[in-house]
Design a binder for this molecule. Structure first.
Ligand SMILES: Cc1cc2nc3c(=O)[nH]c(=O)nc-3n(C[C@H](O)[C@H](O)[C@H](O)COP(=O)(O)OP(=O)(O)OC[C@H]3O[C@@H](n4cnc5c(N)ncnc54)[C@H](O)[C@@H]3O)c2cc1C
Length: 466
């Protein structure tokens, strides 16, 4: 990075917005993926859209690659620095700008943590329904850029379904702002959709208008121990019929995962004794009669032989302790050792057979170790954690085996975490050559020099001077 560019950046940015000290910069090299990133040339943390746009225009003119970062909780390496690049962080762009309770819309800065948005909505008697385990650190910009899913997709959809408007800065510094609260808008292409799920490769999101929902009421949490995966699908079908869209979560834990977090690794207390073929954590919202309705559902399931045991949480604290079993997936790293964290999508009706096929294929693979499976059953999304002996060839063989199966089953190599830098080479297992070529055309149109988050889209080389 030349001195002229540095001088121009320090002229545009205010105190504390430009970090050049090596110790400061090293904190921004990596994200939650475990990938080891390179040291960024500089970290830019503008607090306004105009200063961010000015800084990006300068970087573009100097042909310097730019890596957008939010809370750095991403699990695919999308915010990880590779090569000679500056980091553009939204951490100083925080806060709620406006809440319009009548339109049920909230305008926020992109660097605002998700949990702060959820709390601000709750203060107005409303709800922002996107929810993920990393809610305390993940930012609005990050969840939009990754089109995050999480635990309530079943009822509310992915992040995409909960965004009304965006302000975005393109690689050359142009500001594209459409921050209306319009629910219906067919005046031309819905351009915001281009940036949702683009993992920061098409533009940097600076503000967003989020669609809020009425507060759904008290949530009741129930844990079911059931004979096998087909029984889980049958329980889900009956729950959908009985509770409709009051069913907000239907999460699944395979026995390998359950025994690991409750037994071998001792991460959480075992809430149900005995061994069972599958475990489901469901959340149902509603009024005072919800508990009685759940009891009725449970009794009917027992009669059909679809459940073997269960617990209905009697308090918020008990509900949280049941959720802790499911969320312990965020804590398995040390106990499991080296592993690959797959985030796979197939039709929910195929999920059980698909997981069996994964187990079978991994069983014959040298160097592959313990497999843990946990996921969002209602969304057909499994997080498959596969331990390995650390050799690069083994990692490649495991990835090849699993992504090969994804291709055979017509699934997604990533259901919610994004392709980032970890999965980009396997995109062809989910997308056709024509689709990948179209992604490259869009990237070229918006960022011809390939400076914004280079390496996310295959076939687009950065024209970076560094
Ligand atoms: C414990 C734990 C649980 C998780 N659970 C889930 C889950 O259930 N569902 C799920 O989907 N994910 C989950 N994640 C993954 C992660 O939290 C999400 O991907 C989250 O959306 C990332 O937000 P972030 O602000 O940390 O983004 P970062 O990690 O900083 O960045 C993620 C990507 O978005 C880009 N980006 C960030 N901010 C912007 C911006 N303002 N404009 C443009 N691009 C930007 C980055 O370049 C990168 O490509 C989990 C992670 C952890 C650690």
């Amino acid at each position: 990075m030349n001195d002229d560019c540095l001088t121009a950046l320090s002229d545009i940015l205010e105190g504390g917005e430009l970090l050049l000290d090596e110790a400061d910069r090293s904190r921004y090299a990596s994200d939650g993926s475990g990938l080891i990133g390179d040291l960024p040339l500089a970290v830019l943390r503008p607090a306004t859209t105009e200063r961010l746009a000015g800084a990006m225009a300068l970087c573009a003119r100097a042909r310097i690659a730019m890596i957008p970062q939010g809370g750095r909780t991403g699990l695919s390496g999308g915010a990880c620095v590779t090569g000679r690049a500056v980091v553009i962080s939204t951490e100083r762009m925080q806060g709620v700008i406006e809440t319009d309770a009548d339109a049920m819309a909230m305008t926020v800065w992109a660097g605002t943590p998700l949990e702060r948005v959820q709390e601000a909505a709750r203060d107005k008697g409303l709800d922002f329904p996107v929810d993920i385990g990393a809610r305390g650190s993940a930012t609005v910009g990050g969840i939009i850029a990754t089109n995050a899913g999480g635990i309530r997709v079943l009822r509310y959809g992915m992040t995409r379904q909960n965004v009304l408007g965006l302000e975005v800065v393109l690689a050359d510094g142009r500001i594209i702002s459409r921050l209306g609260k319009l629910v219906k808008d067919n005046s031309g292409l819905d351009l915001k959709q281009l940036f949702i799920g683009a993992e920061g490769a098409l533009g940097i999101i600076t503000k967003a208008v989020l669609q809020l929902k009425p507060h759904p009421g008290e949530a009741r949490v129930v844990l079911l121990a059931i004979p096998d995966f087909p029984a889980a699908i049958a329980c889900l079908a009956r729950a959908r019929k009985l509770f409709g869209d009051r069913l907000t979560a239907f999460e699944g834990m395979w026995p390998d995962y359950w025994e690991f977090v409750c037994g071998k690794a001792g991460l959480v207390r075992r809430p149900i004794s005995g061994t069972h073929g599958f475990y489901v954590l469901a959340e149902i919202v509603g009024g005072a009669s919800t508990a009685a309705e759940i009891e009725t559902w449970f009794a009917a399931l027992s009669e059909e032989g679809l459940v073997e045991d269960g617990i209905l949480a009697q308090s918020l604290a008990e509900g949280r302790s049941l959720w802790a079993v499911r969320e312990a997936v965020g804590e398995v790293d040390d106990a499991l050792g080296s592993h690959i964290n797959f985030d796979l999508g197939v039709a929910s009706s195929h999920l059980g057979d698909f997981c069996k096929a994964c187990d079978d294929r991994l069983a014959g693979l040298e160097g592959a170790g313990q497999v843990l499976k946990v996921g969002h059953v209602g969304d057909g999304n499994v997080h498959l954690l596969v331990a390995h002996d650390g050799r690069a060839a083994v990692v490649h063989a495991i990835e090849g085996a699993i992504y090969g199966l994804v291709a055979e089953w017509g699934g997604a190599i990533t259901a919610e975490h994004g392709i980032g830098r970890l999965k980009r080479d396997w995109l062809h297992c989910s997308r056709s050559a024509e689709e990948i070529a179209l992604m490259s055309i869009l990237k070229q149109a918006l960022d011809p020099a390939g400076l914004l988050n280079p390496g996310i889209y295959p076939g687009v080389a950065a024209d970076s001077a560094g």
